[in-house]
Design a protein around this ligand. Structure first.
Ligand SMILES: NC(=O)c1ccc[n+]([C@@H]2O[C@H](COP(=O)([O-])OP(=O)(O)OC[C@H]3O[C@@H](n4cnc5c(N)ncnc54)[C@H](OP(=O)(O)O)[C@@H]3O)[C@@H](O)[C@H]2O)c1
Length: 333
C-alpha cells in the first residue's frame, strides 16, 4: 500500500501562524479514476496568499479547519487515467500540501522542464514572477530613467520587479528587512540601492535614495511602508498595489494610506491580480527562461526538504523571516 502524506489545517491561525496550527497525517494513497492522474509531488510552493485562505479572506476561497492545506505544486505523473498526460510528465497543479495527490487532469498544466531549474517554475518563472512581469510590463508604464521602488525586494515578486526595471534602464531601490537581504538585492540582483527599514527610518531612507521622488512604487506590504512611499511620490507617479504583508496576520484593518498624497502627485494607482494576466504566461516563460540562461536574472530560494518541513517554513514566511522564494523539496526530480 502506498502512503500519501498530507498536511491539514488543524485550526485557523490567530495572528502569525504557528506550527501547532497544522497537522501531518499519513493515509493510503488514492487511485485515480477516469480523467484523473496520480502525481508524486516534487516541489511545493509556499506563498503569502495562503495566509488569506487560512483566514477565509482570499478571493480564491478558504481552507477549512481539518481540510488539506492549499498550494501550488509541481508533480511527476506516476499513474494516468487521462489522455492529456502520461507517466513521467511534469505538471503544475493546485494539489495542496501532500506527497501523492490525485489530480483532475483538466486542472493540471504541463510544465516545460527545459525552461530552467524546475523549482523556479514556482518562483521567479512561476506565479510570483508572472505577477512582477505583468505589473511592470502592463501596469507600470515604465520609462527609462524612472526611479522605481519595490518593497519585499528580496522575494520572488520584488526581486523580479527590480530586475525587470533595471533591464529597462530605471534607477531601482529596494526595501527589505535585513542587511543580508539588502546586500543580496544590490550585489546579486543588481539594484542600485536598498533600504533596510529595520535600521533606517524608511522615510529618511527614501529621501536619501530618491531625492527627486519615486516615479513607480510597487507595493508588496501596505501599512506604514505604503504610507511612507506615497509621501515621496514624484509628479505623475504610478503606484502598483500588489500585496499586503503588513496586514495578512492581523484581524483589525489599519487605517488606509492617505489619498491626499496620491492626489498631490497626480499619481495613478493600479490594483494587480495575477489571474488577470494568464495570457502573458507563454511570452513570460520564454522571456524568463532566456534571461535565466543568459545569466541576466538572479533568484534566491529558501528551500527546505521534506513535506513535514512545510509548516515551519510557512510560519517563517509569515513572520517575514524567509529569504527568497519559500519552497519545499518534497521528492527528488
Ligand atoms: N496581487 C497578486 O496577484 C499577487 C500575486 C503574488 C504575490 N502577491 C503579493 O506579493 C507580495 C510578495 O510575495 P512574495 O511571494 O514575493 O513573498 P516574499 O517576498 O518571499 O515574502 C514576503 C516578505 O514580505 C516582507 N514583509 C514586510 N512586512 C512584513 C510583515 N509585516 N510580516 C511579514 N513579512 C513582511 C518580508 O520581507 P522583508 O523582511 O524584506 O520586509 C517577507 O520576507 C506578497 O504580499 C504577496 O501576497 C500578490
Amino acid at each position: 500500500m502506498s502512503v500519501n502524506t498530507r498536511i491539514l489545517l488543524k485550526q485557523r491561525s490567530r495572528g502569525i501562524p504557528r506550527e501547532q496550527d497544522f497537522e501531518l497525517v499519513n493515509v493510503a494513497a488514492d487511485s485515480p479514476a477516469a480523467g484523473e492522474l496520480r502525481g508524486e509531488t516534487l516541489y511545493l510552493s509556499l506563498d503569502p496568499y495562503l495566509r488569506g485562505k487560512i483566514s477565509g479572506r482570499h478571493l480564491s476561497g478558504a481552507v477549512n479547519e481539518g481540510g488539506l492545506m492549499a498550494g501550488e505544486a509541481l508533480s511527476r505523473v506516476v499513474e494516468s487515467k487521462s489522455d492529456k498526460f502520461k507517466e513521467g510528465d511534469i505538471i503544475a497543479a493546485h494539489s495542496g500540501w501532500q506527497s501523492h495527490p490525485v489530480i483532475n487532469a483538466d486542472s493540471a498544466r504541463a510544465v516545460n522542464p527545459e525552461l530552467g531549474p524546475l523549482s523556479t517554475l514556482l518562483g521567479i518563472s512561476g506565479m510570483p514572477g508572472l505577477t512582477a512581469y505583468a505589473g511592470m510590463t502592463r501596469l507600470a508604464e515604465l520609462k527609462p530613467a524612472d526611479v522605481v521602488v519595490v518593497s519585499a525586494a528580496s522575494g520572488p515578486v520584488g526581486s523580479m520587479v527590480g530586475q525587470i526595471a533595471k533591464q529597462r534602464g530605471c534607477h531601482v531601490v529596494g526595501v527589505a528587512g535585513s542587511n543580508e537581504k539588502c546586500r543580496w538585492v544590490v550585489e546579486q540582483a543588481g539594484f542600485d540601492d536598498c533600504i533596510n527599514y529595520r535600521e533606517e527610518a524608511l522615510r529618511d531612507g527614501l529621501k536619501r535614495t530618491c531625492p527627486g521622488g519615486i516615479d513607480v512604487y510597487f507595493d508588496n506590504v501596505g501599512g506604514d511602508v505604503l504610507q511612507a512611499s506615497m509621501e515621496q511620490l514624484a509628479l505623475g507617479a504610478r503606484v502598483i498595489l500588489c500585496g499586503l504583508m503588513a496586514q495578512y496576520n492581523i484581524n483589525e484593518m489599519p487605517p488606509g494610506p492617505n489619498p491626499a498624497f496620491t492626489i498631490k502627485a497626480r499619481a495613478t494607482v493600479r490594483g494587480l491580480v495575477v489571474y488577470d494576466h494568464e495570457d502573458l504566461r507563454p511570452e513570460f516563460e520564454q522571456q524568463v527562461s532566456a534571461w535565466l540562461k543568459q545569466g541576466k536574472i538572479k533568484y534566491k530560494e529558501d528551500m527546505v526538504e521534506g513535506l513535514e518541513a512545510a509548516p515551519g517554513l510557512f510560519c517563517r514566511l509569515m513572520r517575514g523571516e524567509n529569504f527568497g522564494k519559500a519552497i519545499v523539496k518534497v521528492a527528488e526530480q
